[in-house]
Design a protein around this ligand. Structure first.
Ligand SMILES: N[C@@H](CCC(=O)N[C@@H](CS)C(=O)NCC(=O)O)C(=O)O
Length: 215
């Protein structure tokens, strides 16, 4: 059986958990704090990041985008990528944007943990621009899909909706003050629709306490 090294708030791990659930693949969930010295992540990923899909033979598959590619290749049914090449590219583009927004949010999360006098306002403004620009791009796609009443690509739930839903869920858990729902009603509609799926309901992110200073 697969094991998945995951963290409760991680939007990257959530993409994988949703994909595993949608494909009906059984796995054991190992919840960790990747920043703490107790993490097993470095034993499987030299880059020390989760999620890691641990294969039955003990090898680790890491980088959420690559894990999803791996799952799609090994467990093609039900497909999460559209069959049409242009639609598949559009879905991957959404994932690039959603992951990029997550990356900027993670940098902001860490900058906010530094003492106030050490924080860099221009650095934080730069990350916020990425977050807001990425959200605007996702919102424009949702808007074009019947104002968020249809799935993001090709009329079927898939990778694009998983990636977008994961970043929006992360905003809710770590940046609950962000007014993305008011700014982007089409995205809110899409998120509400995704939230009804068992794969989303079973993976709602929760905050984690980081015990160690960075190790
Ligand atoms: N691009 C990576 C990002 C993964 C990532 O940043 N994971 C965080 C947890 S949410 C982590 O493990 N961070 C530890 C570190 O960066 O050393 C992916 O998509 O898998």
């Amino acid at each position: 059986m697969y094991r998945l090294i995951s963290a409760a708030p991680s939007p990257y791990a959530r993409k994988v958990r949703i994909a595993l659930a949608e494909k009906g693949i059984p796995f054991e969930l190992l919840t960790e704090v990747p920043w703490d010295s107790t993490t097993a992540t470095p034993a499987y990923n030299p880059l020390e990041k989760l999620p890691v899909l641990v294969l039955p033979d003990g090898r680790g598959v890491y980088e959420s985008r690559f894990i999803l590619e791996w799952l799609e290749a090994k467990h093609p049914e039900p497909p999460l990528l559209p069959a049409d090449a242009d639609d598949a590219l559009a879905a991957r583009q959404v994932e690039v944007i959603a992951d990029g927004v997550c990356d900027a949010l993670v940098l902001l999360f860490w900058e906010r943990r530094r003492p106030e006098e050490q924080r860099s306002d221009p650095w934080m403004a730069r990350q916020r621009r990425k977050v807001d620009g990425g959200l605007r791009a996702l919102a424009a796609m949702a808007e074009a899909r019947d104002g968020g009443r249809d799935w993001l690509v090709g009329g079927r739930f898939g990778l694009a909706d998983i990636a977008a839903g994961s970043v929006l869920g992360y905003l809710d858990v770590r940046f609950s003050e962000h007014p993305w729902r008011a700014l982007h009603p089409a995205l809110a509609r899409l998120a509400d629709r995704s939230a009804e799926r068992p794969s989303f309901r079973g993976t709602v992110p929760t905050p984690q306490r980081i015990a160690d200073r960075v190790v």
